[in-house]
Design a binder for this molecule. Sequence first.
Ligand SMILES: NC(=[NH2+])NCCC[C@H](N)C(=O)O
Length: 486
Amino acid sequence: MTQHPSAEMPQAQAAAEGPRLGLPALTALVVGSMIGGGIFALPTNVAVSAAPGPMLIGWAITAVGMLALALVFQMLANRRPDLNTGIYAYAKAGFGNFMGFSSAWGYWISAFIGTVSYFVLMGSTIGQFIPAFGEGNTAAAIGFASALLWTIHALVLRGIRTAATLNMLTTIAKVVPLILFLILSVLAFRFGVFTADFWGQASPNLGSTLDQVKAMMMVTVWVFIGIEGASTYSSRAARRSDIGRGTVLGFLLTLFLLVGVNVLSMGIMSQQELAGLQDPSVAYVLEAVVGPWGAWLIRAGLLVSLLGAMLAWTLLCTEILYAAAKDKEMPRFLARENAYGVPSGALLATNLMVQLFLLLTYFNDSTYLTLLYLASATILLPYLFSAAYGLMVASRDHYASARERTRDQWTAGLAVLYALWLLYAAGPQYLLLSSLLYAPGALLFVKARREQGLPVFRPWELGLLSLLVLAALYAAYGLKQGFLTL
Ligand SMILES: NC(=[NH2+])NCCC[C@H](N)C(=O)O
C-alpha cells in the first residue's frame, strides 16, 4: 500500500511521527506496551495464590492461550488491513455498533485503571526510601501521582509522543535488568527450594490445584496486556506482515522473560516467603542473591519502565476513545483536537478518570494487586470479541487452501476457549465489578447515536444491556452491603 503516511491515520497514531515502523520497532512497541510494571511484581503476585506446581500448569495454559490470541491478532492484521484500529474495529465488524462501542469502552477502562495501578506501584517503590509513600496509596503518594499525571498531561497536550526511538530506548532499559536477573538467579537457583512444597499442600490458604491455577490467571493476563499494541497502531507499519510478526516475536520474548523470572524466583525463595514480599518483589529476590545493589538496579529499571509505560498507555487510552469518536461510536467531544493536533478531549477524559481513581484508591486503600485484577477482568470482553471475530473470519472468508483455513479456525477456536476460561477464572467478584464499570458506557453510546440521529439499540442489544444493568445494580448493592469489595 502506498498511501501517504498521514493521509488516513488517526491523529494519535500519526503520533510518533517519523518513518514508518519496521519489524524491530513494531516488536519493541509490543514488548514496550506489555512490559510495564507486571513482571517486576510477578513473583509475589503469583506466589500469593500458587505454589510451583500449579504455577507451571498456569503458565502452560497461558502460553498456549496467549499464543493463540497473538496468532489471531496476526491473522486479523493480515486479512483485514482495512480495520486498522485493532481491537475496537474487530468487535464492531463482528458484532455491530454497540458491541464495538463496548469493546472500546471496556478496553479504555482497563487501560486507565492499569495506569492508576502504575502510579500506585511507582508510589510503593518510592515508599521503600521515602516512608511517607507507604504502599503507594497514602496521601503523599497520591499527591505526587496527581502532580506527575498532570505533568504528563501537559506534555502530551503540547504534542509530545512516544517516538519510536524513545520507545526502543526505554524498552531496552527495562529488559536489560531483567535479563541480568535471569543470569544471576540461574546460578542461585536451588532445586530443593523449588520442589519443597511443590503443590502447596503445606500452605493451608492456597486451596486445591485448580483453585491455585485459577487464581493466578488474572495476573498472567495482566502481564500480557499490550499484546494488541502493534495491531492498534497497524496503520503505521511499513509492511502489513510485520504487524503479525512483531506481535508473535514480542510475545515469545516476553513469555521467556516472564516464565524465567517466575520460575527462577521460586527456586530462590519459598512460596510463602515470596508471598510476603513487598512490590516490586523482583527487587527483593535479586537482593537475596547479590545484596542490596540488586534491589536498586531493579527499582531503577522499574521506574524507567513505568514512566515509559505511563506515557505509552496514556496515548493508547486516548487513541482508542478518539478512534471510536472519529467513527461516531463515541460522542463528538471525544474527537476534538487542539491546535497541536492532539485529541485533547479524549486525553482530558482519560486523565480525569485516572485522577478520580487515584482518589478512590486512597479512600479504598486499594493496592496495586486489586487494581490489576480489575484491569485484567475488564479487558476480557474485548479479547473475547477479537478472538470470536477471528473465528468468524476464519470460517467465512475466502481461503486459497483448506489447510490454511483449518489452521486459522483451530487457532481462533483455541483463543475463544482461552478467553472463556479466563472469564470463568476471573470469578464473579471482579466480573460484577467490571459490569459496574461497563454499564454507564451505554449513556455515552446513546449520546453518540443521538448526535447522529441514528436508531440506538437493536432488540438483542437491548436484551444484553438489560442483563448488564442488572449485574451492575447487583454489584452496586454488593458494594454498599459490603459483600463485594474493591
Ligand atoms: N497501563 C496499562 N493499562 N497497562 C496495561 C498493561 C500491563 C502490562 N502488561 C504490565 O505488565 O505492566
